[in-house]
Design a binder for this molecule. Structure first.
Ligand code: SF4
Length: 375
């Protein structure tokens, strides 16, 4: 099953512009596969150059549509299995499951973890875990976490070897779960938790199963629409997180102005990733237990600001390759700041203009999210 989701995502443009209404290409691919979205909803896939991808998506959808799988049981504390390691009986082997909030026995429409977002999180903590690798293609992560060998599967299972005991395995699982929770997929809409937390999807009062996710780290539903209206939160890490999101946004705006003024550089040293990693480290901190939802909320904004910066890089490349006119890019970016990009009639655009619009839409979305976050 996992290969179907991976193949479907690989047959999308992988721009994550959100013009289809699904926020990321992964969520759109999942909706196509289960039949809750139509291919023409993605304007980029309508371009001639994506003819084979459209065919492949249609065939994947025929393969999977109407196949139902019941959700697995929610294991107590996430533990599925715990037994002595074969190579060293003093050590433990354990398997845990990250719960995605689906009621056991009800149909489970999608996988549990979004590979793209899983890797986005794990890339940030790889140095901390000596070695942590994540493959979007294999939808799988593996590595060493202190002395424990860890494997994270897209169905939410976390396998560990060489834990010093049950408590050690459970503590390590809690850290992993906290780290990757934003990648959990909602069984209701196929979007990831980060997207649901942005407030861009239907109201959170709707039944997004992902808001009940977490085996050992439950979300605090009261905090899901939390915004830092005033910097009065008494935890210094929360204030630092707010500052980091502000700095990321300022960086995005500076880059946008550089692109408009012709002074853009893709190779300038940027500490964007280190700021994001810092927020993830707050989320990871056991002392921040109970505040995970707040940090995930901040990370949801950071994720889309990061995505918008990639959009600016892509616009710059289109410009450098002479595929699109400078005046069009400038017009799109000026429009982004004032938010009515959706009003542009994309059906009249050429392929490269359409791509430019998609990349500009990434920026526009970040502007919108940040204004909601700071409302
Ligand atoms: S509209 Fe954008 S986010 Fe949606 S599938 Fe197409 S490229 Fe991906």
């Amino acid at each position: 099953m996992s290969s179907v989701w991976t193949k479907a995502r690989k047959n999308t443009p992988e721009i994550d512009c959100g013009l289809c209404g699904f926020t990321t290409c992964g969520a759109f691919a999942r909706a196509i596969v289960v039949g809750s979205a139509e291919i023409p909803t993605c304007p980029i896939l309508s371009l001639d150059q994506y003819a084979s991808e459209r065919e492949e998506l249609e065939s994947l959808s025929r393969e999977v549509r109407n196949k139902e799988r019941p959700a697995p049981e929610r294991p107590e504390g996430g533990v599925l299995l715990s037994k002595p390691c074969m190579d060293s009986p003093d050590l433990l082997m354990a398997e845990m499951r990250i719960f995605n909030g689906v009621i056991p026995g009800k149909p489970m429409k999608y996988g549990v973890l979004d590979p793209g977002i899983l890797c986005w999180f794990l890339d940030c903590v790889s140095s901390r875990y000596q070695e942590m690798r994540c493959s979007k293609e294999l939808a799988y992560a593996w590595g060493d976490m202190e002395e424990i060998k860890v494997h994270i599967l897209r169905d939410g299972r976390v396998r560990m070897r060489r834990a010093r005991g049950a408590d050690h395995a459970l503590d390590s699982f809690r850290i992993i779960e906290r780290t990757v929770m934003g990648a959990i997929i909602c069984n209701c809409c196929g979007r990831d938790l980060l997207t649901v937390l942005t407030g861009l999807v239907d109201s959170i009062e709707e039944h997004h199963t992902v808001l009940r996710a977490g085996s050992t780290v439950p979300l605090n539903e009261k905090m899901v629409d939390w915004t830092p209206r005033k910097k009065t939160y008494d935890l210094k890490q929360v204030s630092q997180m707010i500052d980091l999101v502000d700095e990321l946004y300022s960086e995005l705006m500076s880059r946008l102005d550089f692109l408009i003024s012709g002074r853009y550089e893709t190779d300038h040293v940027s500490d964007v990733r280190s700021k994001i990693c810092q927020i993830i480290s707050f989320l990871n901190d056991p002392e921040m237990q109970g505040n995970e939802t707040i940090f995930l909320r901040g990370l949801s904004i950071a994720f889309f600001i990061d995505n918008a910066m990639l959009g600016l890089d892509s616009l710059y490349r289109l410009l450098q390759d002479g595929l699109v006119d400078e005046t069009i890019i400038t017009r799109l970016l000026e429009t982004c700041k004032n938010l009515p990009l959706q009003k542009i009639d994309w059906k009249s655009l050429s392929a490269s203009e359409m791509l430019s619009l998609a990349h500009a839409a990434r920026v526009e979305r970040a502007v919108k999210l940040y204004s909601l976050w700071r409302k």
